[in-house]
Write a protein that binds this ligand. Structure first.
Ligand code: PEP
Ligand code: MN
Length: 338
């Protein structure tokens, strides 16, 4: 349910509405924006009539939400949300966010070589897994917390911001402490305790789409983070499982305009996991920009043939630089700054 306040409603009236909501055992989420003040109400109405709020002082209108997700819904917040990753702003027509780096951090030399190259090519956020969700327990699992020192060194030299995945609650605390953005991977999109913990974190969250998640499930997962008080969520389309075998996953670019219609949250696209093959990454990255994505996340490696994970879908440094040179023309065509 959504309670729309009158434009001249006072803070006391807003407080009284929130108190009334709490009185009947529901939760009030007041949301103020430039154009309006609303109170999103979550919880089970249990027979209470929404009309009971209509007559409260300062209330303009009471509406039922038509979608399963609440706080992520465009119905609740009309303006696009801008997410601030240590000064790099994502969403609402801001410059395209470019996150690039290896699948996994492997060594100081590897991290530094890639960092310098992606920075020179124009990326502002570096990616790189320390805690890796690998299909097999015998595959490289990541450097773990030793990797944070590499991150600090590179940050000092290049000014790049960092996003890295938290696989569990303990890892999330470390990532929150050391990185600029917390990535929740596809396999954890419905790890509800992890999502709740991310909702209490003071760093922005990158929420990847689950491999077989509908948009409703994805946005409802975002609600877990938002309901904890963390408003800073960026969604990342990274491909879904289909019957197709020519790619690792089927990159669902139609999710970009569809999510933008349904939600106010920024959406970026990961064409690396979305295709699984290096030769498809640049075309799909450009297509993502054309589709209106707020950014891209691309795997880049200085020696992909020897990479410890996802080498086959990682761009060579020069390929990433070429991609970056191709982006402005596409961005310009859809009125987007790079
Ligand atoms: C990643 O980005 O490192 C990753 C593992 O991606 P996903 O969760 O989308 O598979
Ligand atoms: Mn990877």
């Amino acid at each position: 349910m959504l309670i729309l306040m009158k434009s001249n409603a006072s803070a006391d009236q807003l407080g009284a509405v929130a108190a009334r909501v709490a009185e009947i055992g529901l939760t009030a989420h007041p949301l103020q924006s430039a154009s309006r003040t609303v109170v999103a109400v979550t919880g089970e109405l249990n027979g209470h009539d929404p009309a009971l709020f209509s007559s409260l002082p300062g209330v303009a209108k009471v509406m039922r939400l038509t979608v399963a997700f609440k706080l992520a819904a465009r119905e609740v917040r009309e303006e696009d949300t801008v997410v601030d990753v240590a000064g790099v702003k994502i969403g609402a027509g801001q410059k395209l966010a470019v996150m690039a780096g290896p699948c996994s951090f492997e060594s100081p030399q590897q991290v530094l070589a890639i960092a310098r190259a992606v920075k020179a090519a124009g990326a502002t956020i570096m990616r790189g897994g320390l805690f890796k969700p690998r299909t097999s327990p015998f595959s490289f699992q990541g450097l773990g917390k030793d990797g944070f020192k590499l991150m600090d060194d590179v940050r000092r030299e290049t000014g790049l911001k960092f996003v890295t995945e938290a696989m569990d609650e303990e890892g999330l605390e470390l990532v929150e402490q050391h990185a600029d953005m917390i990535q929740i991977g596809a396999r954890n999109m419905q790890n509800f305790s992890l999502l709740r913990k991310a909702g209490k974190a003071r760093k922005p969250v990158l929420l990847k789409r689950g491999m077989s998640a509908t948009l409703e499930e994805w946005l409802t997962a975002a609600d877990y983070v938002l309901s904890g008080g963390n408003t800073q969520v960026v969604l990342c389309e990274r491909g879904i499982r289909t019957f197709a075998t020519h790619t690792r996953n089927t990159l669902d670019l139609s999710a970009v305009p569809a999510v933008k219609e349904l939600s106010h949250l920024p959406v970026i696209v990961d064409p690396s996991h979305g295709t699984g093959f290096r030769q498809y990454v640049a075309p799909m990255a450009l297509a993502a920009v054309a589709a209106g994505a707020d950014g891209i996340m691309v795997e880049v490696h200085n020696d992909p043939d020897k990479a410890k994970s996802d080498g086959g879908q990682s761009l060579y440094l020069e390929q990433f630089s070429e991609l970056m040179q191709a982006i402005p023309a596409v961005a310009k065509a859809v009125n987007r700054a790079v």
